[in-house]
Design a protein around this ligand. Structure first.
Ligand code: ZN
Length: 321
């Protein structure tokens, strides 16, 4: 039987997406699963990957022998060449070789990379940044991810630790960030940053519809941000304005640094409220970049939405062929 199917996964801190691509790069089957908290046991995440792949095979009616390759994006510092997960903030992996067990189990090559880097790669190969050589990506979700394509290649820096400009410091006396620093872009413009602002306003006695939408994950769901932004909830609008202001500052900094062809905004927040964010960022960004550089830069929202990372995983497979 022909090995004509590629299986791609987006392993998130809370949910994992899995799809089957046919040889025309079309998604023919997809599932979504909760990422179980694996505690200290790395094999739980390995089990999760295996169970998602098994479920995809069953659901799509495909045999193991028909898998061409498997690939995934996951949070953390990942050696894309060896498949060793060096560190993952939300998953219980430290110097963990995830590649061999998956390959042994399914008899197909397995590739894995940092989720934001892989997502930018997806937009570069199949989405909003297709046809450009230099791409700056901002992925706005629970955290703030950064990913760079330089001269047509994914740039991951020394030790696969780049490109974390979601933690560029925009105000060293600003709010505390999860990384330990103050005033990072993430602390203003991610869901965590916006949630902190909303909570601060609530503690000052202000009312907002977002109050009971902050779940036990510590943040809100993007669909509620969209809903109350559109309804004009004052605190929500302020949180978004502030997020977009700092995204505009960060975008200006990156434009000056890289002189990219395009800046692409992706992630769950952008999937829900991308047009509003893009409008607000575009209205301010000129103040923060050099007039000589700005005219050659386009600003776009991700074209693949929630599937950026899945398509990026697919392009990792094609890059190895
Ligand atoms: Zn930070």
């Amino acid at each position: 039987m022909k090995k004509e199917y590629n299986i791609c996964l987006d392993i998130g801190g809370t949910k994992t997406l899995g799809v089957v691509f046919n040889k025309d790069n079309e998604i023919i089957y997809r599932i979504k699963k909760k990422t179980q908290d694996g505690g200290a046991d790395s094999s739980n995440v390995e089990e999760l990957i295996c169970s998602v792949v098994e479920e995809l095979l069953d659901g799509a009616g495909i045999k193991k022998s028909q898998i061409n390759a498997i690939a995934a994006g996951a949070p953390g510092v990942i050696n894309q060449e060896t498949g060793i997960v060096l560190f993952s903030p939300n998953l219980p992996w430290r110097d963990y070789d995830i590649k061999s067990p998956i390959e042994n189990r399914f008899g197909a090559p397995f590739y894995i990379g940092n989720d934001v880097n892989v997502g930018v790669l997806g937009e570069f190969k199949y989405g909003a940044a297709k046809g450009y050589d230099n791409v700056v990506g901002f992925f706005v979700g629970t955290g703030m991810g950064g990913g760079l394509i330089l001269d047509g290649k994914l740039f991951t820096g020394t030790g696969f630790k780049g490109a974390e400009y979601g933690h560029m410091v925009l105000n060293d006396e600003g709010p505390l960030c999860g990384c330990g620093q103050r005033g990072c872009l993430e602390a203003f413009s991610s869901k965590k940053g916006m949630t902190a602002y909303i909570r601060q306003q609530i503690s000052r006695g202000r009312k907002t519809k977002m109050e009971d939408k902050i779940t036990d994950t510590g943040v809100f769901k993007s669909k509620y941000l969209k809903k109350y932004l559109e309804k004009g909830d004052e605190v929500t609008v302020e949180a978004v304005d502030r997020a977009c202001h700092y995204l505009a500052v960060a975008t200006g900094n990156m434009i000056n640094t890289i002189s990219p062809d395009v800046v692409v905004y992706g992630g769950g927040v952008i999937e829900a409220c991308g047009e509003t964010f893009l409008e607000k960022i575009a209205a301010e960004v000129d103040k923060y970049c050099m007039p000589s550089i700005r005219p050659t830069v386009e600003l776009k929202t991700a074209a693949l939405g929630d599937d950026s990372i899945l398509y990026g995983a697919l392009s990792m497979i094609h890059d190895h062929e």
